[in-house]
Design a protein around this ligand. Structure first.
Ligand SMILES: CC(=O)[C@@H](O)[C@H](O)COP(=O)(O)O
Ligand SMILES: NCC(=O)COP(=O)(O)O
Length: 237
């Protein structure tokens, strides 16, 4: 079964735009879970442009499904995750000023660092995942860090799919096969959408979780949040 983890960063973007608490991030998270999503994902960035560090603390007592916190493991982020104790932490190598996540880890160059960070989180009972490109060498490098899972960075797949190039899935099939061979769990995310999710799901073996945010929130503007969550769940069956 592939779990849907809804990334609520953009709910926080809307809330922050007016300075109050509308929409209420905690209420939306609870509602998304009641609609059937199996997880909530957040990505508190150092500039707190959307999800704030306090949101992570507040969501801990609200989220009853799987709670996934994504981010670059700077010390402030590591401290937050150890304090909040989510179900899963996903390490993402994005720079502070990046408009969004735009690369997977070089798990070979950063192996020593990643091993240390992964060990810290695992010692605290937090499941770990590393954001990687669909590159067999990076997947094999991830396995050497001791991580529980990888998250396949799916922007290149989504871009190819939007141009009608369904062969964009091929590197992801190979990467997923390499992950399974290395006993790594497989997550995926970034730019997945109602348009491209079914093709991805049908072709990627052992896909445990997809985390979807930007497209899902945008689609919900027209189709409604409960309806869109259920549309994703139906496509993931
Ligand atoms: C790693 C990734 O692709 C997403 O988790 C990320 O959260 C998107 O960040 P923004 O919502 O800031 O674009
Ligand atoms: N890890 C991917 C994620 O959480 C959401 O990415 P996106 O759907 O907002 O591109």
């Amino acid at each position: 079964m592939t779990k849907l983890s809804v990334n609520i960063n953009k709910i926080a973007t809307l809330r922050n735009s007016r300075g109050g608490n509308v929409p209420d991030v905690l209420k939306v998270a609870k509602d998304i879970e009641s609609f059937g999503a199996q997880g909530i994902t957040i990505h508190p960035r150092p500039d707190e442009r959307h999800i704030r560090y306090q949101d992570a603390r507040d969501l801990k007592s609200v989220v009853t499904t799987e709670f996934n916190i994504e981010g670059n493991p700077i010390q402030k982020f590591i401290d937050l995750v150890l304090e909040v104790q989510p179900t899963q932490v996903t390490l993402v190598p994005d720079s502070i000023d990046a408009i969004t996540s735009n690369a997977g880890w070089d798990t070979i160059t950063h192996k020593t660092f990643l091993k240390e960070v992964i060990a810290t989180f695992k010692q605290n009972g937090i499941r770990t995942s590393i954001f990687v490109d669909a590159d067999i060498k990076m997947v094999e490098g991830a396995a050497e860090t001791g991580t529980d899972r990888i998250e396949l960075y799916t922007e290149s797949y989504a871009e190819a799919f939007s141009k009608g190039q369904t062969n964009g899935i091929l590197p992801f099939i190979k990467a997923a096969e390499a992950a399974t061979k290395s006993d790594l769990g497989i997550n995926a995310g970034h730019d997945l959408s109602l348009e491209n999710i079914k093709h991805f799901k049908e072709n990627i073996p052992n896909l445990l979780e997809v985390s979807i945010g930007h497209a899902l929130i945008c689609e919900s503007l027209y189709l409604g949040l409960e309806n869109v969550v259920n549309m994703y769940l139906n496509k993931l069956r």
